[in-house]
Design a protein around this ligand. Structure first.
Ligand code: 4AD
Ligand code: MG
Length: 421
């Protein structure tokens, strides 16, 4: 109803043509004769300015397409923390809609990297009977109802939501050489931290014929660079909004990250650095201790606030699949973490133990030989040196956008004591 004039990039034959516009009202300004509306459809930050006859004015015509009493004033700039209270409405703010468009494009960026580099995508299962990380953070899949007896279990074995697709990728790397997956993973981590979720997305890759950790860190670094450059190029407007208004100054950090090759230090060197520092860490820094977030953040700063690889962790800290370095005084495994500014650990990976005798001995020690007989088969038949890693996708977004809390980079966060919507 009424006369609508569309102003904007309309030219040539389009002038005077009738167009149908569908979107939501972002703002309304009423003058004597005219009503000025901004209409946005979520495809970008841009809104269409619509000039309408003031006869159209209606108190119901407000932000969010005639929604009365929207719970927060949209014109004001709210913190990510504030809008987190409205998981069903925050996607209508500029900041969060930018973030979700960036998240979508970043997904494409990772897939593109793998496609361009000869990886085959594998859909690893969400329901699994193995605990890849052995950390006991599994969500068990339990059938409900009267049949909930052990022997009546739907799968006849205990089944869990996957904590990692690694072992399934290892199966596939024995056929395709280079494989990857990108899907949801689940951890019952009772943590209120700013970098843990109960459900998060992981990018995982497994590469056959890797001779050393450097072969693996090269893939990790190339992937990080390629994905980040893709996002900066394809989401410039959204990223700019973010870096200007939501996390001011972060652009400089991102550009600095891409300038130089990522440095590598060993775990033992990391421990020396921590012990030489004057920082008062809450957690111990003796050789053999796992690195905590505070340690990781310190190491990143120490190395110039750029991503840094830490290699060769104590053997006893790593799961059964990690390759034994067979060094003596300080027994380590060929494992690597990528630590990044603001977040700490972004990726975890390792060479995998491809030697049948060593792997069998370790599984026997843990009483897992039968459970993983199929995994041992991979070493019996055509075993080759291989390795892989997993990247936490939400932590990646935190890292490139400078977002402090992981709950603000996923549409619907799940964490302990919270499963809204
Ligand atoms: O270091 P993690 O536990 O490594 C693995 O699961 C290996 N099996 C991966 C592999 O080699 N294929 O997890 C990998 C990454 C971490 O570095 C972290 O970024 C992320 O996944 N991550 C989490 N992100 C959000 N919430 C959590 N609870 C996370 N736990 C791990
Ligand atoms: Mg890890």
């Amino acid at each position: 109803p009424g006369q609508l004039t569309v102003s904007g990039a309309v030219s040539g034959e389009q002038l005077g043509a009738k167009v149908k516009v569908q979107g939501w009202v972002r703002s309304v300004r009423a003058q004597k004769a005219n009503l000025f509306l901004h209409v946005n459809d979520g495809s970008s930050l841009q809104s269409l300015q619509v000039v309408a006859s003031s006869e159209l004015n209606d108190p119901l015509l407000t932000f969010g397409s005639a929604v009365e009493d929207f719970p927060f004033k949209i014109k004001e700039r709210h913190s990510l923390e504030y809008i987190r209270q409205f998981p069903h409405l925050r996607c209508r703010t500029n900041a969060f809609s930018s973030l979700l468009r960036i998240r979508s494009e970043a997904t494409t960026a990772f897939h593109s990297y793998f496609k361009e580099n000869g990886f085959v995508q594998i859909h690893t299962p969400v329901i699994t009977s193995n605990d890849c990380e052995g950390a006991g953070e599994l969500f068990q899949v339990e059938p409900s109802g009267p049949d909930n007896e052990e022997e009546e279990n739907f799968f006849s074995v205990p089944a869990f939501l996957s904590v990692s697709g690694q072992l399934h990728l290892e199966v596939m790397s024995g056929a395709f050489s280079r494989v990857y997956s990108f899907g949801p993973t689940f951890r019952a981590e009772n943590s209120q931290s700013r970098r843990h979720l109960a459900e998060f997305y992981m990018v995982e890759a497994e590469v056959s014929f890797t001779q050393s950790l450097e072969d693996l860190t090269k893939v990790m670094e190339d992937m990080f660079r390629s994905a980040t450059e893709h996002v900066l190029a394809h989401c410039a407007e959204d990223v700019d909004l973010f870096h200007k208004h939501v996390t001011p100054g972060h652009r400089v950090t991102v550009e600095a990250m891409l300038k130089k090759r990522f440095p590598t230090i060993t775990y033992s060197e990391a421990i020396d650095i921590l012990n030489r520092s004057s920082e008062n860490f809450a957690f111990p820094t003796d050789w053999g201790c796992d690195l905590q977030t505070e340690h990781e953040k310190y190491l990143v700063k120490h190395c110039g606030n750029v991503p840094v690889f830490v290699t060769d962790y104590p053997y006893d800290l790593k799961p059964f699949y990690a390759r034994d370095n067979q060094d003596h005084s300080e027994h380590t495994a060929a494992a690597v973490d990528l630590l990044v500014p603001g977040v700490g650990e972004l990726c975890g990976g390792s060479l995998r133990e491809e030697r049948l005798d060593l792997l069998r001995a370790r599984l026997e020690e843990a009483g897992l030989e039968d459970t993983y007989s199929w995994y041992l088969d991979l070493r019996r038949f055509g075993s080759v040196p291989h390795g892989g890693f997993g990247l936490g996708f939400e932590r990646y977004l935190q890292c490139i956008l400078g977002v402090d809390n992981i709950k603000d980079v996923i549409p619907f966060p799940r964490f302990s004591h919270s499963c809204l919507l």
